[in-house]
Design a binder for this molecule. Structure first.
Ligand code: NOJ
Length: 517
């Protein structure tokens, strides 16, 4: 009998460390805060946690600008706190994944400081991507993902590449020192007991050696000079060998954006990454046709590799889905109703599901953060024309009726302001309410655990009324009504519904799980 590794069908909960729980009242969440809430996460029913970067960092991009890959930033705690967290998470039956940021460092990383102090053409500069421009023009037309050009010029005439903020210089993965360093960093955290890695900007490490212009192509399009260059796969083959040399199913999931679903499969070849994020569901509007198409495309692309798909509705990079699914001026609560239905859809799919902290509380995006309180470089680099991602990163409300809502001790001033309306969303307020989002998430996750372990890895789509879907995996059927009029329930015994049934009818914006066993 083959044993299924844990990650193939795990439900992973993304902890945005800075916004999860603040143990010392400095306004930033921390590792001790995470540790203090492990019971909550176990009771929620997830299998694993993914911690966003907590390494030493000036936080120019919320920690995705790492100055020391082997140290915990003092705002987030210490290595001792990390070790205690790993041990405690495991004692709670939870796996622990950490983020690894190999595409770029912080501009405060010692390597970049050395590079700046050294002359053009020096070995110190070789670890990054320094080029001469053409006169006053940057070496290529590549844009930064955060707005503006991806190149910054130094007084000595060299330009350096940063696909993100200027405080995040891109590393040169053609330099063997970079490769060796990251293998060593992986070992450092594997030796401390982590179960897996989420690889930031996994498709970005190698750039076109000719530095061709992007022109009018999309950054993530096939043949882009910036992402998914063939050389990147060699790195993941090496990392796979490294992970496999440890006991206990250590894994890696790549953050790979690609316009081409088939490209994702290249990262999933059996000697490469265990998983890649498939963001297409997250990008899909609330539509039966789109949801179905995304699932079919993803399963079809992943199937030949033997890997399992991954699904995600929200993260620290996108508008929260309760808000995305809402209708401006539409009936109140529709976004939350659809989010409940979407959860049943997500959890019925084969493969693993990644949840984002706060979705279990039904948190909406905070749209009205004052400009001076915003921290996302997208906001500043766009001169305030793009709101950026702070609205989904507001700290979690745990208890009480006034800010900081138990996020930290009473006098805490959270790093982003928390809206007064969040008194209705606290975990405490939802804890004992049988109709709350939190209770619904707990029920759904418990029900998923109770499903037969051998459900097929494929899905079927029996005929369904217009604007609805029936997704079938063996004895499990998930019915989703994307419209607003009730539809008849398919045959089977209801296991769980996202809204109260109307006799034998499934109301609009809701979903049900049924079993035919
Ligand atoms: C993806 C991360 O999820 C995002 O938050 C970050 O800004 C970029 N990578 C750059 O590291």
């Amino acid at each position: 009998m083959t044993r299924t590794p844990w990650w193939r069908d795990a439900v992973v909960y993304e902890v945005y460390v800075r916004s999860f729980a603040d143990s010392d009242g400095d306004g930033d969440g921390d590792l001790r805060g995470v540790r203090s809430r492990l019971g909550y996460l176990r009771d929620l029913g997830v299998d694993a946690l993914w911690l966003t970067p907590f390494y030493r960092s000036p936080l120019a991009d919320g920690g995705y600008d790492v100055a020391d890959y082997r140290a915990v930033d003092p705002r987030f705690g210490s290595l001792d706190d990390f070790d205690a967290l790993v041990a405690d998470a495991h004692a709670h039956g939870l796996r622990l994944m950490v983020d690894i940021v190999p595409n770029h460092t912080s501009d405060r990383h010692p390597w970049f400081r050395e590079a700046l102090a050294a002359p053009p053409g020096s070995p110190e500069r070789e670890r990054y991507v320094f080029r001469r421009g053409a006169g006053d023009a940057p070496p290529t037309d590549w844009p930064s993902a955060f707005g503006g050009p991806a190149w910054t010029r130094l007084p000595d005439g060299d330009w350096y590449l940063h696909l993100y903020a200027p405080e995040q210089p891109d590393l040169n993965w053609r330099d063997p020192r970079v490769r060796a360093e990251f293998e060593d960093i992986l070992r450092f955290w594997l030796d401390r007991g982590v179960d897996g890695f989420r690889i930031d900007v996994a498709a970005g490490l190698f750039k076109d050696p000719e530095f061709a212009d992007l022109g009018d192509r999309g950054r993530h399009s096939p043949g882009s000079p910036i992402y998914s260059r063939p050389e990147v796969h060699g790195v993941y083959r090496d990392w796979r060998r490294l992970l496999d040399s440890y006991d206990g199913d250590r894994m890696a999931i790549g953050e790979v954006w690609s316009d081409d679903t088939a490209n994702l499969a290249r990262y999933l070849r059996p000697d490469e990454l265990h998983q890649v994020f498939q963001f297409h569901l997250q990008l899909a509007p609330w539509s039966a046709d789109r949801f179905r198409a995304v699932v079919d495309e993803t399963i079809e692309a992943v199937a030949p590799t033997g890997a399992a798909p991954t699904w995600v509705l929200s993260s620290h990079d996108v508008v929260r889905h309760v808000t995305r699914y809402g209708l401006p001026g539409g009936p109140p609560g529709i976004g939350a109703a659809r989010a409940r239905a979407a959860l049943l859809f997500l959890l019925a799919l084969p493969g693993s599901a990644y949840l984002y902290q706060g979705e279990e509380l039904g948190l909406p995006e905070v749209m009205d953060i004052p400009g001076e309180a915003r921290r996302d470089p997208i906001w500043t680099r766009s001169g305030g024309t793009a709101l950026g991602r702070d609205g989904c990163r507001v700290p979690l409300p745990w208890s009480g009726t006034a800010a900081p809502f138990g996020f930290g001790p009473p006098a805490t001033n959270p790093w982003l302001p928390m809206p007064d309306a969040w008194r209705h969303y606290t975990a405490e307020a939802q804890e004992t309410d049988p109709d709350s989002m939190l209770t619904f998430y707990r029920r759904a996750l418990a029900q998923r655990r109770a499903l037969p372990p051998d459900l097929p890895g494929t899905v079927e789509w029996p005929d369904a009324p217009q604007g609805s879907l029936l997704l079938r995996r063996g004895p499990l059927t998930c019915a989703v009504n994307f419209g607003d009029r009730p539809i008849p329930l398919p045959p089977g015994r209801p296991l769980l519904t996202s809204a109260t049934l109307d006799g034998t009818l499934l109301p609009g914006s809701s979903a049900a799980w049924l079993t035919t066993t």
